[in-house]
Design a protein around this ligand. Structure first.
Ligand SMILES: NC(=O)c1ccc[n+]([C@@H]2O[C@H](COP(=O)([O-])OP(=O)(O)OC[C@H]3O[C@@H](n4cnc5c(N)ncnc54)[C@H](OP(=O)(O)O)[C@@H]3O)[C@@H](O)[C@H]2O)c1
Length: 247
C-alpha cells in the first residue's frame, strides 16, 4: 500500500521502535500522532521531528483510550493507519516465580489494549479508501523464550488475533489491510535487561517495516526473525532450543 500522505497513530511512539517509525514516516509526508504515558518523553520526541504531534494516554486505561479516540475524531478525522506498538515485558523464569500477576500486566498492554483500540477505531478505518492496522508482535510470537515466558504468550495471542483480523477483513473490507511487525532483539530501553545492546538499531526495523508495507507484505519478519522463521518451519524443536541458547 501507499504509505505517504496518511494520518498515522503510533502508540508508544515516544521512544525505541515507535519513535524510529514515526521519524521515517514523518519524512515520507505523513501526519503522525504519537502516544505514551510520559509527557516529557513525547514532547522531546516531537521536538526532534516534523509533522508529528502527541497525546498522553495509557493504552491500558479505558478512560485515556476514550479521550484519545475523541481527540482523533475531532483533530485528526483523516486517521487511516494505526500502529499498536506500546509494549511491556517482565523478565523472569516460570521455574522459580509465579506467573499470574506478570501475565495480567503483559496481556493488558500487549494484547487487550490493541484489541480495544482496534474495536474503537475500526469503524472509522472502514470508511477510508486505503487504511491499515499494524500490530507489533515479536520473534517471540513464533516460539517462546524462557526468560520472557508470559510476554511471549501475550505476543502469541496478539499474533493469533492479528491473523484472524486480517482474514476476516480481507473479503469484506479489503480497504483495511492488517500487518504484523515481528522484530528480533532491538537495541531499545525495553530490551536493556535482556541484552538489547546486542540487538539491531530501531532505524533498521523502521526501514524494513516501511519497505514491507509498501509491498503489501503482511507478516513483516525483520532481520533474525526471518532466519528464525525458516528454521522454525524445518524443526520447531530445534528452533526453540536455538532461540533459547542465544541469550
Ligand atoms: N526491543 C526489542 O528487542 C523488541 C523485540 C521485539 C518486539 N518488540 C516490541 O516492540 C514494541 C516497542 O518496543 P521498544 O523496544 O521500542 O520499547 P521502548 O523503547 O521501551 O518503547 C515502548 C514505548 O511504549 C510506551 N508504553 C509502554 N507502556 C505503555 C502504556 N501502557 N500506554 C502507552 N504507552 C506505553 C513507552 O512510553 P511510556 O513508558 O512513556 O508510556 C515507550 O515509549 C513493543 O511492543 C515490544 O514488545 C521489541
Amino acid at each position: 500500500m501507499n504509505i505517504t500522505q496518511k494520518t498515522i497513530l503510533i502508540t508508544g511512539g515516544g521512544s525505541g521502535i515507535g519513535f524510529a517509525i514515526a521519524k521515517l514516516l514523518s519524512e515520507k509526508d505523513n501526519q503522525i500522532i504519537i502516544t505514551g504515558r510520559t509527557e516529557a518523553k513525547l514532547k522531546d520526541a516531537v521536538a526532534k521531528l516534523n509533522n508529528v504531534s502527541y497525546f498522553v494516554a495509557d493504552v491500558t486505561k479505558e478512560a485515556d483510550v476514550n479521550k484519545l479516540v475523541n481527540y482523533l475524531a475531532e483533530k485528526h478525522p483523516t486517521l487511516d493507519v494505526i500502529i499498536n506498538n506500546a509494549g511491556q515485558a517482565s523478565v523472569y523464569n516460570l521455574a522459580n516465580a509465579p506467573a499470574y500477576d506478570n501475565s495480567v500486566a503483559e496481556f493488558a498492554t500487549n494484547y487487550f489494549a490493541p484489541v480495544r483500540l482496534i474495536d474503537k477505531l475500526l469503524p472509522t478505518l472502514k470508511t477510508k479508501k486505503e487504511a491499515a492496522i499494524i500490530n507489533v508482535t515479536s520473534v517471540l510470537a513464533i516460539a517462546p523464550s524462557y526468560d520472557l515466558p508470559t510476554y511471549s504468550a501475550s505476543k502469541f495471542a496478539l499474533r493469533a488475533y492479528t491473523q484472524a483480523l486480517r482474514f476476516s477483513l480481507k473479503d469484506v473490507n479489503p480497504n483495511v489491510k492488517v500487518f504484523e511487525l515481528m522484530p528480533p532483539l532491538v537495541d531499545t530501553e525495553f530490551s536493556a535487561e535482556i541484552g538489547g545492546s546486542n540487538g539491531i538499531p530501531p532505524a533498521q526495523v523502521a526501514e524494513e517495516f516501511v519497505r514491507a508495507v509498501e509491498n503489501d507484505q503482511y507478516e513483516i519478519r525483520v532481520g533474525f526473525t526471518a532466519q528464525f522463521w525458516d528454521s522454525f518451519l524445518k524443526s520447531p524443536e530445534e528452533a526453540f532450543l536455538m532461540l533459547n541458547s542465544r541469550r
